[in-house]
Design a protein around this ligand. Structure first.
Ligand SMILES: [Zn+2]
Length: 385
C-alpha cells in the first residue's frame, strides 16, 4: 500500500516523472543490467511471485470508494499478463515452489512468474477469471474462509469506508465519539488521512479490537458492513469451486483475515488450522499454500502454518526469492492498476522497471519486512500445540 492514487497535479507530476525515468532507464539498458544482477542473486532464472487483490471493471470509479492500491482493472490485468507472458514463463505457485527447491537451476532458464490474488473478492471471479482463462494463466487465490458466502466485509474495507465518511462529515478521528477504550485506540492510530489511520489500526490492534473499532464507527455513522459498495463483496463457495474447476488453486488466508502477529498463539493457531480445515472440507482436497494477512509473520506463526499442513506461505516482502530459501517466507511483489500507469496510459517501460525491481535496486523503493517478534507467550503456544 505504498502509493496513493489521486488526481492532484503533484501526483500526476510524480507519475509522469517516474514513467519518464523508467523509459530512460530501460532504454539505457539499466533494465538488462538489473535483471542480470538479480538473476545472479536468485541463483539462476528468477522466480517472481506477484500479488493482486481486487479486479474491477472501472478502476477510476472504484478507486473513489476503495483503497486504490488494492485495485486493478481487468483491462490492465490483461495487459500486464500479456506483457509478462511474452518474456517469462507464467507458472503455478506450486511450480514456483518446486523451482525454488531446485538447487542447481539451468543458467539459461527463463524467469518464472507465479500469479496470486489475496482476499477472495467477488470481482476476482467475475472479472479476473475470464482474463486468466483467455490467456491460460495459472493462478492461486488466497481466501479468508469465514467470509465466503456471507455479506460480511473485510476489516480494511469497513474501516476505510467509515473513516472516509467521518471525514466527509467534517470530523476527525479524535471527534468520533466512540466508547473510551476504542476511542483511545483510534486516537493513538489517527494519521493525516483515512488510509494512514486504517493502516495503523490494522498494524497495531488485535483482531477483536479492530472489529470493535469498525463496528463502533459504523454504529456512530449509521452504516452497516453489508451495505458497503458491492465491489467489496467476497465471493461464495460456488464461485470458489468454479475457480478451482477452471484451474485456479485456492489457498489459505486465515478464517477472519486476522493479522496473526497481533494474536495470542492459541488464536493464531485456530485461524490457521481453521482455514486449512474449511478449505479441505469445502473443496475436497488439502490446500497447499497460505498467505499471511497484512504480510505479517513471526517464527511461531510460520511454524503453525507448516504444522497445519500448508507446504508454503507467501509474504508481501518485495525482495528476490532465492533458491533453497525458506518456503514459509516466499517473497511477493504487489502490483495494482498504477504499477504500470505512465503519463499517457499503460507504460510497458514502467511495467518492465517495476518487474525487474529497477526502482528498488537504485534505491527509489524500499522493501518492507513482514517479520514481527513472537507474541510473549509464543513458547507456551508451541507446547500447547
Ligand atoms: Zn488479505
Amino acid at each position: 500500500m505504498a502509493e496513493r492514487a489521486d488526481d492532484s497535479p503533484r501526483w500526476i507530476l510524480q507519475r509522469t516523472a517516474k514513467a519518464a525515468l523508467a523509459g530512460a532507464l530501460c532504454s539505457a539498458g539499466a533494465r538488462w543490467a538489473v535483471n542480470a544482477w538479480r538473476r545472479r542473486l536468485a541463483g539462476g532464472g528468477r522466480v517472481i511471485i506477484l500479488s493482486y487483490h481486487r479486479v474491477t471493471l472501472d478502476f477510476r470509479a472504484d478507486a473513489q470508494q476503495s483503497l486504490p492500491s488494492l485495485l486493478i482493472s481487468a483491462q490492465t490485468l490483461k495487459r500486464q499478463l500479456e506483457q509478462l507472458a511474452r518474456e517469462r514463463d507464467l507458472v503455478s505457485l506450486g511450480d514456483a515452489c518446486r523451482l525454488l527447491r531446485e538447487r542447481a537451476p539451468r543458467r539459461a532458464a527463463r524467469d518464472a512468474v507465479a500469479i496470486t490474488f489475496d482476499d477472495g473478492y467477488q470481482g476476482c471471479h467475475d472479472f479476473g477469471l475470464p482474463v486468466l482463462e483467455a490467456l491460460r494463466v495459472p493462478a492461486t487465490m488466497f481466501v479468508p474462509t469465514g467470509y465466503l458466502g456471507t455479506a460480511r466485509r473485510l476489516p480494511h474495507d469497513r474501516l476505510l469506508a467509515s473513516l472516509r465518511e467521518l471525514r466527509r462529515r467534517g470530523l476527525t478521528p479524535g471527534q468520533a465519539g466512540l466508547a473510551p477504550p476504542l476511542q483511545a485506540a483510534l486516537d493513538r492510530c489517527a494519521g493525516p488521512g483515512p488510509t494512514t489511520t486504517m493502516e495503523r489500526l490494522i498494524a497495531a490492534l488485535p483482531h477483536d479490537a479492530l472489529e470493535a473499532v469498525a463496528a463502533a464507527l459504523e454504529a456512530r455513522l449509521g452504516m452497516a458492513e453489508e451495505e458497503l459498495e458491492p465491489g467489496t463483496r467476497i465471493m461464495g463457495w460456488p464461485e470458489a469451486r468454479a475457480l478451482e474447476a477452471a484451474g485456479v488453486e485456492l489457498g489459505g488466508h486465515t478464517v477472519s483475515h486476522a493479522v496473526l502477529a497481533n494474536l495470542p498463539p492459541a488464536r493464531a493457531r485456530a485461524e490457521i488450522e481453521g482455514s486449512f480445515r474449511d478449505l479441505a472440507e469445502r473443496l475436497g482436497h488439502r490446500p497447499r499454500h497460505f498467505a499471511y494477512p497484512n504480510g505479517y509473520h513471526t517464527p511461531a506463526v510460520r511454524r503453525m502454518v507448516a504444522e497445519a499442513g500448508y507446504e508454503a506461505a507467501v509474504t508481501t516482502e518485495d525482495v528476490e526469492n532465492r533458491r533453497g530459501g525458506d518456503p514459509l517466507r516466499l517473497k511477493r511483489k504487489v502490483l495494482w492498476e498504477n504499477s504500470t500507469l505512465g503519463a499517457a496510459g499503460y507504460s510497458e517501460a514502467l511495467a518492465s522497471c517495476n518487474l525487474e525491481g529497477v526502482f528498488g535496486t537504485i534505491g527509489l523503493q524500499r522493501p518492507v519486512s513482514g517479520e514481527r517478534p513472537d507474541a510473549p507467550d509464543a513458547a507456551e503456544g508451541r507446547v500447547a500445540g
